[in-house]
Design a protein around this ligand. Structure first.
Ligand code: CA
Length: 231
């Protein structure tokens, strides 16, 4: 995975150096600024992918920076602040920050948060590039998070929708029980296998509720499931 460009906004030189040194250990490209105004200019100019933002800045407050970014952009903002009270965190998250680290922070934790954010960005770009799927009467709008059969919207739970996405993105291929449970729950225990069967049964029922002339999901007993390509 290509590392995203990180903007570091921090007026305290020692903290800024620590963050930059940390980014360098994992070869993240970065730009940095000491003030809120410079940060907003750099965002326009360099188009960073992720912002690491201090709140106590010498010119404008970090909260105001979040507000200005959110007026036009969904870029991930991770706040790194000495303000440790719940109300400060809540205010930053309410304004649109994605995550909040309290100083002093652990370098490993910062890297972990960055990895999670990068994965989310990668997922968004892969769904945005191919955001609507068609198969027979089935339509899935990945970015809107909804699915239709014959123009009737399906009322799917988040797990059913995720299963449907996994199957459709691999249409024609058998996905094993282990692969599916790992993708959904991160594990593949016996209890997950049982849950998978239940979710698959309800998903199939919903797909075929209005029109059972098409069978979209095929069961491969003891192996997994496959979405069939319907003409
Ligand atoms: Ca500061």
């Amino acid at each position: 995975m290509q590392n995203n460009l990180i903007l570091v906004v921090e007026d305290d030189k020692s903290v800024r150096n620590l963050i930059i040194t940390t980014l360098k250990t994992k070869s993240y490209p970065y730009v940095s600024s000491e003030t809120g105004k410079d940060a907003l200019e750099l965002i326009n100019e360099k188009k960073p992918d992720i912002v690491l933002l201090d709140l106590g800045l010498p010119d404008i407050d970090g909260i105001e920076v979040i507000k200005q970014i959110r007026a036009w952009s969904n870029m991930p903002i991770i706040v790194i602040s000495a303000r440790s009270e719940d109300k400060d965190k809540i205010q930053a998250l309410d304004m649109g920050a994605d995550d909040y680290l309290t100083k002093p922070f652990s370098v490993d934790e910062l890297l972990a948060r960055l990895r999670v954010t990068q994965r989310r960005l990668a997922m968004i770009s892969s769904t945005a590039s191919n955001s609507v799927f068609h198969n027979g009467k089935l339509t899935i709008d990945y970015s809107a998070g909804c699915a239709f059969v014959s123009d009737q919207q399906l009322h799917l739970t988040p797990i059913e929708f995720k299963l449907l996405c996994l199957l459709s993105k691999n249409v024609g291929k058998v996905l094993t029980h282990t692969y599916l449970t790992k993708e959904i729950w991160g594990t593949s225990w016996e209890t997950d296998m049982a849950s998978l069967r239940v979710f698959m049964a309800t998903l199939r029922k919903k797909l075929e509720a209005n029109d059972n002339s098409e069978h979209y999901i095929q069961t491969h007993i003891g192996v997994g499931y496959r979405m069939l390509k319907v003409e």
